[in-house]
Design a protein around this ligand. Sequence first.
Ligand code: FES
Length: 125
Amino acid sequence: MYWLCYSVRGFRAIDESQAMPTVRILPDGLTVQIKAGTSLLASASAGGVELMHSCGGIGACTSCRVLILSGQDHLSVIGTAEHEQLRESGILDTHRLACQAMVFGNVVLERPLWRSSPDSPVTGD
Ligand code: FES
């Protein structure tokens, strides 16, 4: 059975094995198998990793940004609003907004670690 999906490369057919792609989340070392078309934000949540999403997931901030280590071609096309947010932040070539990017194949990402206190060494980058 094949599914028709739209990603950065346009429409393409994916076979059943890609219909349940995996998202590997670093530095947690967690791998989540999700239904094709699920957002990176929902994928992380399904694995118990709550990514920050200050605007509620409407693409109006960059708090849900994640660094894509592999599988960029397996994500949905970057929309105008997401493109603008990433461009303004200078991370257009490396990051995606987890609330906007839908998964259509295996992806490996690194999530930011946010400060839990002003003295925390973690930067959120
Ligand atoms: S949660 Fe604000 S852009 Fe994703």
